[in-house]
Design a protein around this ligand. Sequence first.
Ligand code: HEM
Length: 181
Amino acid sequence: MKGIVFTEFLQMVEDVFSANMVDDIIDETNPASGGAYTNVGTYDHREIVNMVIELSKRTGIGVNELIRSFGQHLFMRFTLGYPGFFQGIDDAFVFLSGIENIIHAEVRKLYPDAELPRFETEYYDAKKLILLYKSSRHFEDLAEGLILGCIDHFKQNISVQRETVGDGESRYERFSLNLLD
Ligand code: HEM
């Protein structure tokens, strides 16, 4: 996983908890990379999973909730770091339906070694958007947090439901978004 995800995560931990908490979760999980992350580096995604598990133990906040909150925070950071992706877009459905072919396609050009999920649009009209999230890394909670962060950003009244389809390694997540007014 690209270093930007790690640096943003550790910055959030520092801001919400403390710099000591950052040191503690790195020391305790002893990541193979050594724990000194740079935005452009690439690291084993299990290192962040281990740090989230450790953070959960130390804070009493559930792992799923921590990852979801991080996703929400990360989206806000993306709006600041990649303003070009937001030019001329004032609607969450327009933005989200372009993750695969526009946003992540551009991310792939910037970082050719990025390990990106697949997002398929199963249904799309003005009131409803159904996205299928498929990734061997199974960051469905991160995807949910990013979707929620996107909805916050565009300040729309949109409900989000998710369900797991299938089981085992081939399972994927279906996110159903409904515009409420
Ligand atoms: C400006 C918007 C966005 C940017 C710049 C961006 C960029 C990135 C980057 C750099 C990664 C890391 C790739 C790697 O680890 O090698 C990533 C991963 C990911 N992105 Fe995005 N992304 C954006 C929006 C979104 C949105 C809106 C969603 C969800 C609806 C999303 C879902 C994910 C997920 C779940 C991953 C983790 C990898 C995986 O699941 O396999 N991204 N993205």
